[in-house]
Design a protein around this ligand. Structure first.
Ligand code: MLT
Length: 305
């Protein structure tokens, strides 16, 4: 009787749990975005959206896992701007950005330059002075090459000439634990990971990395106000493996767009210094354009000699 059954994979989708892989440690900024998004998308899709963490090498390892996964809509990638840099930063990357297909953009998270609580500087000017003297070669926690924390560090070094000793982790979640414990001096990390720690006074904020000050931390100057011409934020997006059936991709994008209007999600995002992108940016087409432009922009910025 099953002989004539047609494959209803796309029509029935999703008929089981969906996994969103986050290529960074649990408890960090991308994980936080993924969990809030997964919760909201689960409501709409009628299936559990599970988050799996696979940190390492700036997120390039986990991203590769998704590029090579079955293109059936059950394995997706949630990550950020870093994905647009991997082919520039890793000459032997075993996959290509064209092995992904876009679902949609999610959010653009501002970043903050933060230090351990007892660091001997109280503002960005003092920090730069310290880094040029006694603090030369200060330890700077990142989530590895191509992580947005690492990209921010590169821009900071390029524009100010300070020397940093980069300490890579599998995500800025674990790096934050070491900053809280005073084992490292500095980080440039997304507000989704720093907002609560700044509010409780357990780390020192020095500057935001966006062109303009942010609503959540209006007192905090921008790096560009302080003469360091850094402008970076962490746009996040959802990728699927190339070959994912179009009806499934459209269903996921529609669900993403709906999730981004969820009042609970918007409220949690706001408390962490961010907001969802406009619905028209949560589409495959808008994300494609943005992703391609970012790959090109970073290949220019990261050109090695
Ligand atoms: C994380 O979730 O750990 C971050 O997104 C890592 C980073 O890119 O800095």
């Amino acid at each position: 009787a099953l002989l004539f059954a047609t494959p209803l994979a796309a029509e029935d989708y999703p008929s089981r749990n969906i996994t969103i892989l986050v290529p960074a440690a649990a408890g960090g900024p991308s994980d936080t975005v993924a969990r809030l998004l997964g919760e909201a998308m689960s409501k709409d899709l009628g299936q559990q959206v599970m988050i799996e963490n696979a940190g390492g090498a700036g997120g390039s390892l986990g991203a590769g896992q998704v590029a090579k996964a079955d293109p059936d809509g059950y394995t997706l990638l949630l990550y950020h701007i870093g994905v647009a840099t991997f082919s520039s930063l890793y000459p032997d990357l075993p996959y290509d950005p064209s092995e992904f297909t876009s679902v949609g953009l999610v959010t653009e998270v501002p970043m903050t330059l933060v230090g351990r609580k007892d660091l001997p500087a109280s503002d960005i000017g003092g920090l730069l002075t310290w880094l040029r003297g006694e603090g030369k070669g200060a330890s700077f926690g990142t989530a590895g090459v191509g992580a947005v924390s690492d990209l921010c560090g590169r821009l900071l070094v390029d524009t100010t000439g300070v020397e940093l000793n980069v300490v890579p982790y599998k995500g800025t979640g674990p790096a934050m634990n070491d900053l809280l414990g005073g084992q490292i001096d500095l980080m440039c990390d997304q507000t989704t990971n720093t907002a609560n720690q700044i509010a409780s006074g357990s780390i020192k904020p020095f500057a935001v990395t966006t062109q303009k000050r942010i609503a959540l931390l209006p007192e905090l100057p921008t790096l560009s106000e302080s003469g360091a011409n850094v402008d970076i934020s962490a746009w996040h997006a959802v990728w699927a493996p190339k070959g994912t059936p179009e009806p499934i991709r459209q269903k996921l994008s529609a669900s993403l767009q709906k999730a981004l209007t969820d009042p609970a999600l918007i409220e949690r995002f706001a408390a962490l210094g961010t907001e969802p992108v406009a619905a028209k940016l949560a589409t495959p087409e808008a994300m494609d354009m943005h992703f391609q432009a970012e790959i090109e922009r970073w290949s220019g910025l990261l050109k090695t000699d």
